[in-house]
Design a protein around this ligand. Structure first.
Ligand SMILES: Cc1cn([C@H]2C[C@H](O)[C@@H](COP(=O)(O)OP(=O)(O)O[C@H]3O[C@@H](C)C(=O)[C@@H](O)[C@H]3O)O2)c(=O)[nH]c1=O
Length: 192
């Protein structure tokens, strides 16, 4: 999948626990395409020894739907491996490790159905996305069980984050829960 002939992009984040963009190898033939979407062996070869315990799927009907920016507190903190099954998103990961030199910095990448791209969002990052097409389906693997008592987040449109969202705040479709999330500056240190 990756490492053998797929591509990996890492950004200049502090520590090895950095977001990474994987571009998987695709095998096309007259029937269509084959691609491995997860390989424990290939991840391990990149130093990512993670156990995924839950797979999630969401459908967002409207363009400009924003989900996030979410994370779970310890001991239920989750790493996430995100890809798109239908449609297209701008996927975002924000460094919320309070002692990190890249605290508050983010990566934003477009992921589209069939493009073979996956974003790895490690523990210590808040995650969210905005849909760029109607009826967008997102699938992601996570490394810890869902724990509503550890569920938390920061405001997606916090100007201090400087995220170039493709939708204006007044046009975005967000959940009531997400509309009430605090800006990063009001968040007590979660990941020291
Ligand atoms: C995240 C999650 C939600 N739920 C339930 C709770 C709620 O009733 C319903 C919808 O939950 P939410 O509004 O939190 O769904 P959503 O806003 O799509 O939350 C997701 O957003 C993206 C950006 C992430 O990174 C995910 O980790 C997750 O936080 O689904 C589960 O049963 N298991 C889960 O793992």
């Amino acid at each position: 999948m990756i490492g053998r002939s797929g591509n990996v992009t890492a950004w200049g984040f502090a520590s090895v626990e950095a977001p990474m963009l994987f571009e998987t190898r695709r095998f096309a033939d007259p029937r269509g395409v084959f691609s491995e979407t997860y390989s424990r062996r290939d991840f391990a070869a990149l130093g990512l020894v993670e156990e995924f315990v839950q797979d999630n799927w969401s459908l967002s009907e409207r363009i400009g739907t924003v989900r996030g920016l979410h994370f779970q507190r310890r001991p239920h903190a989750q790493g996430k491996l995100v890809r798109v099954l239908r449609g297209r998103i701008l996927d975002v990961a924000v460094d919320i490790r309070s002692s990190s030199p890249t605290f508050g910095k983010h990566v934003a990448v477009e992921l589209a159905a069939g493009d073979g791209r996956m974003l790895w969002v490690p523990v210590g990052f808040a995650h969210g996305f905005c849909t760029l097409e109607p009826n967008t389906e997102v699938a992601y693997k996570v490394t810890a069980d869902y724990a509503p008592e550890s569920d938390a987040g920061i405001a997606w449109d916090d100007p201090a984050l400087g995220i170039g969202w493709p939708v204006a705040p007044e046009d975005a479709l967000v959940s009531r829960k997400d509309a009430l999330l605090p800006p990063l500056g009001d968040l007590p240190a979660v990941f020291p």
